[in-house]
Write a protein that binds this ligand. Sequence first.
Ligand code: NAD
Length: 262
Amino acid sequence: MPGLHAATQMVDNAQSVVVLSGAGMSAESGVPTFRDAQTGLWERFEPEQLATEQAFRTNPSMVWTWYVWRSMLVNSVDPNPGHRAIGDWQRSLAIGGGSLTVATQNVDDLHERGGAKDVLHLHGSLDRYRCLECGRSAEFDPSTTGVTSDQVFDEENIVATVPCAHCDSGVLRPEVVWFGEMLPTDAFEAAINALGQADLVVVIGSSGLVQPAASLPKVGKDAGAQLIEINPARTELSDGADIYLGSTAAVALPEMLTNIIT
Ligand code: NAD
């Protein structure tokens, strides 16, 4: 893999690392990216048309079912060797007095299940819910809907939204950041702080098209960090990266971290 040797050397010298991950990080676990083809009923929609507040208000059951299905899908898959390698790297740096921060655009919990701690979820989490109107947090178990991860949808197996237990008018929505919404300030600021102190930033599986998360690699680079990009397809970021590894997360990460992983 071109660039692998130089990347391994950068890894071995790094003490303060930020990993920025996008949907491609989880693709080999079986969670499709937004650029992958959708299946069944969802083929008729662009994900960008489902992941908005306006879409939810216009067609609540449809959008709710899409999220319930995505949640069931994430719960049915496992972290891949790339997630696990990052968890090992974080542990190994912590033992040696260094640090590794994971800031992800992903709404799944595969980094955590792969062993990473204190993951910054820039776009929220699929397994948390709040009321669309009053904003209060709520518990919800998607497995109670009968939706399964392998289901092919048509209009008949769309499930109803869930009323809020606190207010009269609201229904539950997933605690994710929809297009047009603000990122959670705490997570975004923590990512900026970590990037300001990083000596190495690794960007994995992000198209670099969704702002403001797409601007984060440059924050690290401007503060003096070296930049490695892992993505089988070149992106807007590739030319500005110190090293571009044209491979997938589950292949490139274990190879790049070969001196570290347990
Ligand atoms: P994206 O869908 O726009 O782009 C995915 C990128 O991953 C592409 O550049 C693609 O070349 C690359 N890729 C595909 N397979 C890969 C692999 N095996 N290894 C490494 N890279 C691979 O994703 P994005 O940039 O994260 O932004 C879109 C939005 O999609 C985000 O806001 C995110 O919240 C959401 N999303 C999240 C998930 C998830 O939580 N797993 C899944 C789909 C979409």
